[in-house]
Write a protein that binds this ligand. Sequence first.
Ligand SMILES: Cc1cc2nc3c(=O)[nH]c(=O)nc-3n(C[C@H](O)[C@H](O)[C@H](O)COP(=O)(O)OP(=O)(O)OC[C@H]3O[C@@H](n4cnc5c(N)ncnc54)[C@H](O)[C@@H]3O)c2cc1C
Length: 224
Amino acid sequence: MQDQYDYIVIGAGSAGCAVAARLADSRAGSVALLEAGGHDFNPAITIPIGIASTVPKPGPFNYGYATEPQPALNERVGYQPRGRGLGGSSSINGMIYIRGTPSDYERWAADGCDGWGWEDVLPYFKRSERNERLGGQAEDAWHGGQGPMDVVDTRSTNPFDRRFLQAAECAGLRYNPDFNGAEQEASASSSVPSATASAGMQRGPTCTRATANRSMAAATTCRC
Ligand SMILES: Cc1cc2nc3c(=O)[nH]c(=O)nc-3n(C[C@H](O)[C@H](O)[C@H](O)COP(=O)(O)OP(=O)(O)OC[C@H]3O[C@@H](n4cnc5c(N)ncnc54)[C@H](O)[C@@H]3O)c2cc1C
């Protein structure tokens, strides 16, 4: 380990890993990525159903915060899981790849957040994504096909999923084959970020974990 770095990124969660990885890839200087928690190599993280053990209560991978009493909820205290360790909350999250609604970003931009309009952020969504529906093609109107984060359709659907979607249609909620496309409203089965193929792991969204590992390696072994 060196004792001096050009960049120090604090927190190896989704954002920190992406920033550290981009810095390491750009060879702009040496990068240290500091994380309060431990490594992510644990079945509770690498196997999707591990969420059942990591999320319900605080533990080594979950800070398990509590909100202030909420006046609008009869002073109830809410439970707020947050990930701790390499990958941060992406190591314990629900693995559903979903963006904000374009109108949300437009509202932020209108409120003064320059550079946060939908047309501003869409290229970054595309750049980060390798959506298997594109079959390696660079991009389409809504998705990227060659980024570091694999996004795949749910593979293990079961009869109840289909029944649920049919019931939603019967109730008047149209089926939406892509809730990260032109419209978010409607029922849909999910797209799951997964680096299974590229990182050899069984749980996503391993983009952050894979890039974290790369960044950590860059931070600890080379001075770019
Ligand atoms: C249970 C759960 C389910 C979710 N499901 C989904 C989903 O299905 N789809 C979706 O898109 N999003 C989901 N999310 C949300 C998504 O995972 C988060 O929005 C995202 O990971 C947040 O990224 P972040 O970089 O802001 O923070 P985090 O990923 O939380 O990273 C913060 C990191 O900083 C570290 N840290 C904090 N303080 C320090 C310090 N002083 N020094 C060093 N390190 C520190 C923490 O330990 C942590 O690793 C879910 C989140 C949770 C908790």
